[in-house]
Design a binder for this molecule. Sequence first.
Ligand code: SF4
Ligand code: SF4
Length: 92
Amino acid sequence: MNVETEQEGEDLLYCWSISRGELCLRENYCKGCAYCVEFCPNDVLSVSEQFNEKGYHPPEATDPERCTGCGLCGLICPDFAIWVEEEERDES
Ligand code: SF4
Ligand code: SF4
């Protein structure tokens, strides 16, 4: 699976490659509500077996190749833990 992890201070950042850029998760912001998992229209996400530092199970992108970058997960996440970073496209 094409995922990069980065430690940013206390935060662990995951970035999965998707067709439109990256799907990113700041693991320790997550409260494990699973809204993102439930509402993703493409079944990209699953609840991870890992615990974050708050003791919740964060999501993981088990099928990142199915992610269209629609951004719905980021819109419904109450804790700003997940979002899409779109790749800049050369329009010229
Ligand atoms: S919606 Fe946000 S807080 Fe809820 S499980 Fe997903 S990433 Fe975590
Ligand atoms: S951006 Fe859309 S398709 Fe990708 S994980 Fe989030 S809700 Fe699912």
